[in-house]
Design a protein around this ligand. Structure first.
Ligand code: GGG
Length: 348
């Protein structure tokens, strides 16, 4: 069980440290952790945000625990050298196309949600975000128009096989849950979304037990706040999934709580909090490590098939939150290490 730990930038190292402490506390026989450089930290040391050494490391590992990337020192670099290219590069290079982002209200956090408690307490959904296509990977550029204005452009594109494979992930996830799948697109305006919808409908024939619905992304954003309890599994593209999952995080209290798994067709998976590097609070010991700790639990479940151990971590986090453990993001005063300690104390 080889795990690459890529802590990255900003609060990445702080939150990853707590997740590593939790993994180590489980004393799993044969689990070995290897650290690698990624993001702005890797650029500063190796001249590239995703150096060859890191790619070599992840190729020999079963799973990746990832912190966050993003560093204001790198803002003026060419796009291919920016820290964010490391996570996009890893997802593409390793074929990590399916991003699972669960959002559920923990007991005791009803008051922390941006929604009314009775609305928030119904949230138990899974966003399945496509990760290898869309405007993130389409052709892009900057040009000067004949009248002298600069124009930036990013091509939104999906091929049908890319939609088909993520649709299967969505339907399979729904089969293991409440058997409801909502496909989110913008089919009234976008060609990519027309194709997306057609392919999802084709794939649905293989899953007659799953109730399929379709929603435009603008409506989905509104419904997520109005009545989030209606969603079970949401399958959507890269850009829409990125935005909707940040929105979902505030519905359950904080972006510091949402974990994610990025899965490939093979066995390798990458696990990371959905939040970024938060440079404004980096190095101050203020960041909430729970999303990274919960990502470590997803790693145990999806890549190492250690369900019982994953549940132990999730139960410890739930107990800590129910007992009132709160960082600044949830209106409390506890720091990163104290929150990590609170989880460790409750790990049974
Ligand atoms: N832990 C998530 C992270 O570091 N996010 C920074 C980022 O640039 N993410 C791009 C994306 O999620 O698409």
């Amino acid at each position: 069980m080889k795990i690459a730990v890529l802590a990255g930038d900003g609060i990445g190292p702080e939150v990853t440290r707590e997740a590593v402490r939790v993994l180590e506390a489980l004393r799993l026989p044969g689990m070995v952790l290897f650290e690698g450089d990624v993001g702005g930290a890797a650029y500063k040391r190796h001249g590239h945000p995703l150096p060859a050494e890191t790619l070599e490391l992840v190729r020999t590992c079963d799973a990746i625990l990832f912190g966050a990337v993003g560093d204001p020192d790198c803002d003026n670099l060419e796009r291919h050298l920016r820290p964010e290219q490391a996570i996009l590069g890893l997802r593409k290079e390793m074929g990590l196309f399916a991003n699972l982002r669960p959002a559920k209200l923990f007991k005791g956090l009803e008051d922390a949600s941006a929604l009314r408690p009775e609305v928030a307490s119904a949230i138990d959904l899974l966003i399945v975000r496509e990760l290898n296509g869309d405007v993130y990977f389409g052709e892009k550029g900057m040009r000067t128009l004949p009248d002298g204005r600069r124009q930036g452009w990013d091509m939104m594109a999906y091929a049908e096989d890319e939609v088909r494979r993520i649709a299967h992930v969505g339907f399979k996830a729904a089969m293991g849950r409440a058997r409801r799948l909502c496909s989110v697109d913008k089919a009234n305006v976008l060609e990519t979304s027309q194709l997306w919808r057609d392919v999802v409908i084709e794939v649905a024939r293989e899953y007659p037990e799953v109730e399929l619905s379709h929603m435009y992304v603008d409506n989905a954003a509104m419904q997520l706040v109005r009545n989030p309890g209606q969603f079970d599994v949401v399958v959507t593209g890269n850009l829409f999934g990125d935005i909707l999952s940040d929105q979902a995080s505030m519905c359950v209290g904080s972006i510091g709580l949402l974990a994610s798994a990025s899965l490939s067709q093979g066995t390798l998976g990458l696990y990371e909090p959905i939040h970024g590097s938060a440079p404004d609070i980096a190095g101050q010991g203020k960041a909430n490590p729970l999303a990274t700790i919960l990502s470590a639990a997803m790693l145990l479940r999806h890549s190492l098939h250690l369900d019982a151990e994953a549940s132990r971590i999730e139960a410890a986090v739930a107990k800590a939150l129910a007992d009132g453990v709160r960082g600044g993001d949830l209106g409390g005063t506890m720091g990163t290490a104290a929150i990590g300690d609170a989880v460790l104390e409750r790990l049974t």
